[in-house]
Design a protein around this ligand. Structure first.
Ligand code: FAM
Length: 435
């Protein structure tokens, strides 16, 4: 058994006792009440999910297994001569809660290389799809098409499966999927935008390095890939992609069905597609201005015009966060170091100066500050990845790390099928009368 699986098995063993104790001794303790506004309004703030993979504080932002972004970037082992950690080592952290040693991280790198072969039929399916299908459609279809590879589904069908060992099959699926997603993503990119000129994986490279290589992008894009996948991995359980993946997996659907469903949710403009929308919005108004970088006054007018035409400002606002997203800040720091004079970066920085005050003045958005998506497209664009339709696929590869770690733990802790209760509008009116 690999070190990762061994450590994970021990952690699961210990953790099960905590979950059982809570259920047996404190199952009736209340952690949340639900108002009519919450029932109608997307369950905002209702505490009804459990995850230990990450926690999102409204003011501090995300912590992965208790570690801030900075602690993760500084504390995790890195490939020789690189500034950003192994994505594989980060997956070890998400799964176990432990920062791996360099040897442990590199063991996962090697393990994932052995799992990385994408079945040929996936490429056939992608090639058979219309070339103008959105890359997220292709990505989701590719994932679900691999369902026949599922160890979890196989074990279930063969009757090998029980409440205690099902996580092991989910774990196998999670690692296999994670190892293959970079090639699936790069394949879609080169199929759609580079005339189907594919670049074979390089078995000497780690996940981030190999992704950059297969995309045909030179270093330091490998560093961008590592940073990007880590930053987009997880944002606790309630966001659409994480919640969908968890919900579908709760029916004992395997990781392929579950991740594909989560990816479909990520494709929505209010969720992961916002990073593409940011670039589309910027390009649109830059075109109108004849390619000229707008002045602060012009920018203010553009923002107001966007709001007055009934659109949201992409990359701003958040359902939980109430300050600038540290994932935005982390990418901004990268830009300040590597591309401080890049006009698109300067424009995005100018938006940062202008948008929050306008959103405050408009008084609708509860959070006027930028989220992760406001910044990420700039870096991609700088390194030559200008096909912004593709950006959400990058997000999806990163997001898979978090949601796959989550559903492995869902099975380990025996979480049941998710099934919240509905009420009718008549019932709400009755509750309202009685209040
Ligand atoms: N621009 C204009 N209006 C906004 C806004 C923005 N960026 N953010 C929120 N609002 C409006 C929102 O539409 C709502 O208006 P109505 O009452 O007319 O429906 C009002 O402010 C209250 O919304 P909220 O409670 O502040 O936000 P929600 O929790 O409902 O929604 C977001 C959160 C992220 C969907 C919302 O802020 C938004 O649409 N932002 C722009 C899209 C975006 O950047 N999404 C990416 C989120 C990101 F973190 C991710 O998932 N990758």
């Amino acid at each position: 058994m690999s070190t990762l699986k061994n450590v994970l098995a021990k952690k699961i063993e210990e953790h099960r006792k905590r979950t059982t104790k809570l259920l047996v001794e404190s199952g009736d303790v209340k952690i949340s009440d639900v108002t009519i506004a919450q029932a109608i309004g997307g369950m905002r703030g209702v505490k009804g999910l459990v995850t230990d993979i990450s926690y999102l504080d409204p003011f501090e932002g995300i912590r992965f297994r208790g570690y801030t972004i900075q602690e993760v970037m500084e504390g995790l082992p890195k490939p020789e001569g690189k500034d950003y950690p192994y994505v594989e080592g980060f997956f070890y952290l998400l799964l176990t809660g432990d920062i791996p040693t360099k040897e442990q991280a590199e063991e996962v790198v090697e393990d994932m290389k052995h799992r990385a072969k994408v079945p040929e039929y996936v490429f056939d399916i992608l090639r058979a799809m219309p070339r103008d299908s959105h890359p997220m459609v292709m990505f989701s279809a590719a994932i679900v098409s691999m369902q026949r590879e599922s160890e979890f589904a196989k074990a279930y069908n063969e009757g090998k499966f029980n409440k205690y060992n099902s996580w092991e099959y989910m774990y196998e699926d999670a690692l296999n999927l994670m190892a293959r997603l970079p090639q699936v993503g790069a394949f879609i990119y080169r199929l759609k935008y580079k005339g189907d000129t594919q670049i074979d994986p390089d078995p000497t490279l780690d996940l981030g390095g190999n992704f950059a290589h297969m995309m045909g992008l030179e270093p330091p894009y490998d560093e961008v890939a590592r940073m990007y996948f880590i930053l987009h991995s997880d944002h606790e359980s309630g966001n659409v992609s994480a919640h969908t993946t968890h919900l579908v997996a709760s029916a004992l659907s395997d990781a392929y069905y579950s991740l594909s469903a989560g990816i479909n949710g990520l494709a929505g403009p209010l969720h992961g597609l916002a990073n593409q929308e940011v670039l589309a919005w910027i390009q649109q108004f830059m075109e109108k201005l004849g390619g000229q970088v707008p002045t602060t006054e012009q920018l203010k007018k553009i923002v107001w015009d966007t709001l007055n035409s009934g659109h949201v400002i992409p990359g701003y606002g958040h359902a939980v966060l109430r300050k600038t997203d540290p994932r935005y800040t982390s990418q901004r720091e990268y830009c300040l170091k590597h591309l401080p004079d890049y006009p698109l970066f300067q424009l995005v920085s100018k938006l940062y100066e202008v948008v929050p005050d306008i959103l405050k003045e408009q008084g609708k958005a509860k959070n006027p500050w930028p989220n992760v998506d406001a910044q990420s497209g700039v870096i991609q664009w700088y390194y030559g990845l200008t096909e912004y339709d593709f950006y959400t696929v990058l997000f999806g590869i990163g997001r898979a790390l978090g949601v796959l770690a989550n559903i492995t733990w869902d099975r380990a802790l025996g979480y049941p099928i998710e099934r919240p209760k509905s009420v009718t509008t008549d019932m709400l009116e009755e509750y309202a009368k009685q209040a």
